[in-house]
Design a protein around this ligand. Structure first.
Ligand SMILES: NC(=O)c1ccc[n+]([C@@H]2O[C@H](COP(=O)([O-])OP(=O)(O)OC[C@H]3O[C@@H](n4cnc5c(N)ncnc54)[C@H](O)[C@@H]3O)[C@@H](O)[C@H]2O)c1
Length: 439
């Protein structure tokens, strides 16, 4: 078995079926249950599915809280039984947020005090608390250890992007996702646009030849500044980093991994999930120069090249008062597509998506729970690992100013972050802001 996603995997990750999304969504909108009857359904090598599925959330921040809502809306018979976060105040605010949601969410909440777990290794106790499904929504640095533990314990997984911050982390996650496949567990990635109806429809047209042969891609995620959570004299230095994880490359993977991955993943998808062979890039920080912003950049530009000569020109930036665009433009021999706009522009093939359906964040959970109920596991491990490595390659090419080959990046042994985290008193030297040509 090859662990290098450059080699096409034997089992290709299941793409969501657009028509099925629409069918399921109609049932949901009509108030029907996604859960099928009879409620005990055989699912291959794994145990039978229980009537009530218990959900545990790891990482109780903005996305995690929203993912719990999506999960509760996706399946009638779920209970949220456990929450885990490095910090107790985050669990409290998550619970508070969930209690303000509609009844489908509040009636599913059954989190006792004993099932609230804190600390950097909180995932271990949560996974052992009797949950069936785990939602992995902490900062990306922790994802490989959490994925390994969840897969080993036989849990179905929803896994936010990116799945790691370095190549060894990507390899660990790929292995854990293979274990999910062997165990018949569902693994759904938070690369949410893979579950968007309009994006899927546009992708179908591109793959169907509506713009001819793909020649080039322009993949942009240029947007405004994100949150910063300030400092508190009671926090240790490491706690400051964890609280403001976006700005430390070892925790977030920097913008290409933390945010730009969404548009890089679309380029990978256009290219049939075949990874690029090389990339080069540039970047730096012009506005977020204060030390409070750790060691991350505020802008990157990267050029990826595939074996067949197709290039992807990509940009990401987080700065206020500038031009914004989250879009993946695809240029073909006979036309062009704007994937997020769900639009094809080509002689005789002009088209724009106009169907109505549930949003992508709902669909990813609808598909996850349906796959568990029907015993047809989804496994998004392949593409989530490849697009994370693409993002890491973009970051490293820009930090160093060097061209990087996919194979070299895949085999890289650099591990970011400390081996142990002491939350109460700890510190970690995250390193300087990298300077291209010197890094
Ligand atoms: N798919 C999307 O559209 C989307 C949108 C936003 C965020 N995300 C992703 O979701 C993840 C979370 O982002 P967020 O915006 O919710 O951030 P957040 O900071 O609001 O939440 C992260 C939570 O994880 C907690 N945490 C830190 N270390 C932990 C550990 N060791 N174990 C458990 N919890 C820990 C933090 O205290 C925090 O409460 C990130 O990977 C991010 O990239 C995805």
């Amino acid at each position: 078995m090859s662990t290098n996603p450059a080699t096409p995997p034997q089992s290709v990750s299941r793409q969501p079926d657009r028509r099925q999304f629409v069918k399921t969504s109609t049932a949901i909108l009509a108030g029907g249950a996604v859960a099928t009857s009879p409620l005990t359904v055989a699912r291959g090598a794994h145990n039978s599915v229980k009537e009530t599925l218990r959900i545990g959330l790891i990482g109780c921040g903005g996305r995690g809280t929203a993912a719990v809502v999506n999960a509760c809306m996706a399946d009638k018979d779920v209970r949220v039984t456990a929450l885990a976060d490095a910090f107790p105040d985050r669990i409290a605010s998550c619970l508070e947020g969930l209690q303000m949601q509609e009844e489908a969410v509040t009636r599913a909440l059954e989190v006792t005090k004993e099932n609230q777990f804190t600390g950097v290794n909180c995932h271990e106790a949560l996974i052992n608390s009797g949950v069936d499904v785990v939602l992995l929504c902490s900062p990306p640095y922790f994802r490989p250890a959490q994925m390994e533990a969840a897969a080993a314990a036989g849990k179905h997984i929803f896994c936010e992007k990116p799945i790691a911050v370095d190549a060894p982390g990507v390899r660990r996650v790929l292995k854990a996702s293979e274990l999910c496949r062997e165990k018949g567990l569902s693994l759904v990635s938070g690369l949410c646009w893979r579950y968007d109806l309009g994006v899927n429809a546009t992708m179908e047209r591109i793959k169907g030849g509506d713009i001819g042969e793909v020649r080039a891609i322009e993949s942009n995620y240029v947007t405004g500044e994100l949150w910063h959570r300030g400092n508190n004299p009671e926090w240790s230095k490491i706690e400051y980093q964890l609280r403001n994880w976006l700005y430390f490359a070892w925790l977030s993977g920097d913008i290409p991994a933390e945010q730009h991955i969404h548009t890089l993943d679309k380029a990978l998808w256009v290219m049939g999930d075949t990874p690029p062979v090389r990339c080069w890039g540039t970047g730096g920080r012009q506005k977020r120069t204060n030390a409070m912003y750790g060691n991350t950049y505020d802008h990157f530009a990267t050029v990826f090249e595939w074996e067949n000569g197709v290039k992807c020109f990509s940009h990401c930036r987080q700065m206020n008062n500038c031009f914004n665009e989250n879009e993946c433009h695809v240029y073909g021999t006979t036309g062009k597509a704007r994937i997020l706009r769900n639009e094809i522009e080509a002689p005789g093939k002009n088209w724009r998506f106009s169907e109505k359906g549930p949003g992508m964040y709902d669909v990813e959970h609808i598909e996850l729970f349906k796959s568990i109920r029907e015993g047809k596991p989804i496994n998004n491990g392949d593409y989530m690992c490849k697009s994370t490595l693409m993002a890491i390659m973009a970051r490293e090419a820009s930090y160093t100013g060097k061209e990087i080959e996919w194979e070299k990046m895949w085999n890289d042994e650099t591990v970011l972050g400390p081996t142990e985290i002491q939350l109460e008193s700890g510190d970690y030297d995250a390193g300087p802001v990298p300077v291209p040509g010197l890094a």
